[in-house]
Design a protein around this ligand. Structure first.
Ligand SMILES: NC(=O)c1ccc[n+]([C@@H]2O[C@H](COP(=O)([O-])OP(=O)(O)OC[C@H]3O[C@@H](n4cnc5c(N)ncnc54)[C@H](O)[C@@H]3O)[C@@H](O)[C@H]2O)c1
Ligand SMILES: [Zn+2]
Length: 371
């Protein structure tokens, strides 16, 4: 079994990555949280695929278990749905020792984690992430949240799980577009922190896309290790954890410009290409290094450019909280595997880059498409 420890003093926990681990959830949850009762929060389709299997395993281990399944979709990550779930917890007479298990992608993990963090000031919580985004990103680090009409993830907390059980085998049922979108964050982790892992991806990406279980397990484990390493050094995002936002300054502006009708991963992919271009224009990396990044993103079947009016990108970049006094904060690569946080880039320079980069229209480059 692959084990990654998230070292956070009293809040430390283990991430276990293993094909088929969902079938061992009963014993592993029992060991980690010593709960007699559990509530599994999931969505309807994942309940059909895996929920009953996990529930059966828990019951076999002597844990009394209820499944709360909700519809799928980002719009469910809201206070109204949280309120509906609180009502269900009341009906189930949940007490402070009941464990909350989240079985799903980032939506279920964030929403279920938010329920666990807030109900009775905190219930023990175990993540069972099922999408690539959830396995490599959202289940690690304890950020839980629901959205507000004013913006994503505005209502939330830092609340660490007691255990994360990650089964790479379930990625075989994940829709292809979700797998590809998840690869953007996977590639990001290589770029910001681990050149060796980036090289592994260059060598094994095709096997990953063919759903080779051994490669998927290695990729997910390596990702957990990288993200856990960053989180352990900066749990509450006061400094270093910001490097996880690589590609996200442009990425968020692209998402907003497309009125959130694009996948987050696709916007981040274009954002990473843009940030690599920016790093080369500032002479931090050379063309060969930039090309390695662009090629890997391209091979992952992610878009490389987004054609958006310059004015629109500017509007949304200026809206971003990373901008103050006409100075922009960007996470930039100094080489693959190492980044720097640059605070003092002038807006004029960024504007020039935006002009050069976002107006690139070429049939040879895969463009972002709204969904
Ligand atoms: N907390 C964090 O640190 C963090 C980090 C990144 C993203 N997020 C959040 O995560 C959310 C996005 O997560 P996501 O990309 O996983 O989207 P998602 O949770 O909506 O899942 C995508 C789709 O895939 C389906 N799915 C998931 N696993 C499956 C499987 N194994 N087989 C078949 N279908 C499966 C889901 O039902 C859903 O329809 C956003 O709300 C984002 O804000 C949070
Ligand atoms: Zn992201």
């Amino acid at each position: 079994m692959n084990e990654v420890k998230v070292n956070l003093k009293d809040n430390s926990y283990r991430i276990l990555v293993e094909p088929g681990i969902l079938d061992q959830a009963g014993a592993l949850v029992k060991e980690a949280v010593a709960a007699k009762n559990a509530v599994i929060i999931t969505n309807n389709s994942l309940n059909r695929l895996y929920g009953q299997r996990v529930a059966a395993g828990l019951k076999k281990a002597g844990i009394n278990c209820h499944v709360l399944a909700i519809p799928a979709g980002e719009k469910e990550k809201c206070l109204a749905r949280a309120s509906y779930l609180y009502d269900k917890l009341v009906k189930l007479r949940v007490d402070r020792k009941t464990a909350i298990l989240t079985l799903g992608g980032g939506v279920i993990g964030d929403l279920g984690g938010f329920i666990a963090a807030t109900w009775m000031r905190g219930l023990p919580f175990v993540q069972l992430p099922t999408s690539l985004v959830a396995q490599c990103d959202s289940s690690i680090g304890g950020k839980v949240a629901v959205n507000h009409s004013h913006g994503k993830n505005l209502i939330g907390a830092f609340y660490q799980p007691k255990l994360v059980l990650t089964d790479p085998e379930v990625l075989k049922t994940l829709p292809k577009a979700e797998l590809t979108a998840g690869l953007a964050e996977v590639i990001k982790h290589g770029i910001i922190a681990d050149e060796r892992f980036f090289r592994y991806l260059e060598k094994n990406l095709d096997s990953f896309l063919r759903l080779d279980l051994e490669v998927m397990t290695k990729v997910v484990t390596a990702n957990c290790r990288i993200k856990a390493g960053v989180v352990a050094r900066d749990e509450k995002e006061l400094g270093l954890r910001a490097i996880l936002n690589y590609g996200h300054t442009f990425g968020h502006a692209i998402e907003a410009a497309f009125q959130y009708r694009v996948r987050h991963g696709e916007a981040v992919a274009v954002g990473m290409v843009g940030a690599a271009y920016l790093a080369r224009r500032r002479k931090l990396i050379d063309e060969a290094e930039q090309n390695r990044i662009v090629n890997l993103i391209d091979r992952a079947q992610l878009p490389l450019v987004a054609v958006i009016a310059r004015k629109l990108i500017k509007k949304h970049l200026l809206y971003d909280k990373k901008i103050s006094d006409n100075q922009v904060c960007f996470i930039l690569i100094v080489k693959i595997g190492a980044v720097t946080i640059e605070n003092g880039i002038s807006w004029d320079f960024i504007d020039k880059i935006v002009g050069e980069f976002f107006l690139k229209r070429s049939p040879a480059l895969r463009q972002i498409s709204s969904n």
